[in-house]
Design a protein around this ligand. Structure first.
Ligand code: SF4
Length: 400
């Protein structure tokens, strides 16, 4: 059974990793930066918009939260997400990256990623800071190369600014990933095709394509409830995803995960940590750490998180302890997101369960429906299954 408690009463510190077997010690860390200029209409991420007055307090609180590590940790991947990490002013960004470099020893070939808003990188100051402090991968929130779509998404940059930024990055941080969104209200298949073509023309290392979702609590959700905004028709959304699945591999991008495509050797190693069900440190509001089968998530309210850290209390707002079977099922569900699927041997080695027994009749049922196929050593989603991944994976939640 999964034990869930609303508020974690203990310290929430991470020093106990000392007691873990070496292969259970995280080799990855995620840092959440909860600041944006404004909140885009579709966004339900953990962030505060227009509250730059909190940034200095956040940086001081991060100093305290990171100190729970007690000693610097060696990592293979370090990922700053948000929010918008590049919303920090250059001097703040420099102080923050220096702090992170104090607590995390990057392995020689480590991947150090930062999510960025194109507009923040138009001037060179932040790019210079990022490069100087070892950032070697930028995940750029492009979303679309159609200004009408960008406006509909309430983004604050314009399409042609992305080309200038990528050109500038190519000299200092050439490993650039572009994030794109399809299924935006009013977006046509031709607009999506043109976005893919302009993305490919920039020769990024990596492209992510996400279908727009309407999340409760967002202004898009409210506008849809009032009939002011209509989601893209389902068949159009399918066509858009199908186009990405055809066009990007044809341009040399391997489709390695449901939403992700990369040039050879450029898969996002940090996200592989999640898809493989491996442990990860995490710090900041809303950040989810996963160590020794325990998931702890920082308070989603930035002000609550700040108040807790400043009071010397645990900033953990949610904690769940997964049984060995919970962990294995979760690993199976996220593992199926990878297009190579899950391997019987790897699964048994990493999670201690027999893949066939864990899925029982679901494997046959899904194979018969053409959504799953057997591979030499395991199972993977078929192309049809990729369109219905949520329907497929729900089959593996709990006993089947
Ligand atoms: S820039 Fe990104 S994180 Fe910030 S509000 Fe918009 S979608 Fe959300």
């Amino acid at each position: 059974m999964t034990e869930r408690t609303g508020v974690f009463p203990a310290t929430g510190d991470t020093a106990f990793v000392e007691t873990l077997a070496p292969f259970r010690v995280p080799r990855s860390a995620y840092i959440h930066v909860p600041f944006c200029r404004h909140r885009c209409g579709y966004c339900d991420f953990t962030l505060v918009a227009g509250r730059d007055d909190l940034i200095e307090r956040y940086l001081s609180a991060m100093e305290r939260e990171l100190a729970t590590l007690q000693t610097p940790r060696s990592v293979d991947t370090l990922f700053l997400g948000g929010g918008t990490p590049t919303h920090l002013a250059p001097a703040q960004l420099e102080r923050f990256l220096e702090l992170l470099r104090t607590w995390f020893d990057l392995a020689r070939d480590a991947e150090f990623s930062v999510e960025a808003n194109p507009r923040d990188l138009l001037e060179s100051d932040r790019v210079n800071v990022l490069a100087r402090l070892g950032v070697n991968r930028i995940s750029l929130g492009v979303q679309s190369f159609d200004d009408t779509v960008l406006k509909r998404l309430e983004r604050d940059h314009q399409a042609d600014e992305v080309e200038r930024v990528v050109e500038h990055l190519s000299r200092l941080i050439p490993n650039v990933a572009l994030d794109l969104i399809f299924g935006v209200p009013g977006q046509t298949l031709e607009s999506w095709r043109a976005t893919l073509e302009r993305a490919i023309a920039l020769r990024p290392a990596h492209v992510s394509t996400y279908g727009l979702t309407f999340e409760k609590g967002t202004t898009f959700w409210t506008r849809r409830s009032k009939g002011e905004l209509s989601p893209a028709p389902e068949d159009l959304e399918y066509e858009m995803y199908a186009l990405a699945m055809d066009r990007l591999p044809a341009a040399g991008y391997g489709h390695y995960e449901l939403s992700n495509f990369a040039r050879p050797g450029r898969d996002c190693r940090h996200n592989e940590t999640y898809w493989a069900g491996r442990p990860c440190f995490a710090f900041g509001p809303g950040a989810a750490r996963y160590i020794a089968g325990v998931r702890e998530i920082g308070h989603r309210s930035t002000t609550s998180w700040l108040a807790k850290v400043e009071a010397g209390e645990s900033p953990v707002g949610y904690r769940e302890e997964l049984t060995a079977e919970d962990r294995a099922r979760e690993a199976l569900i996220v593992g199926l997101r990878r297009t190579r699927g899950v391997s019987r041997d790897e699964f048994a080695r990493d999670h201690g369960f027999n893949l066939d027994e864990l899925g029982r009749s679901a494997w046959d049922r899904l194979c018969q429906r053409g959504l799953i196929e057997a591979t030499e050593g395991g199972y993977r989603l078929t192309r049809a299954g990729r369109f219905l991944a949520d329907t497929v994976t729900v089959e593996f939640v709990g006993t089947t």
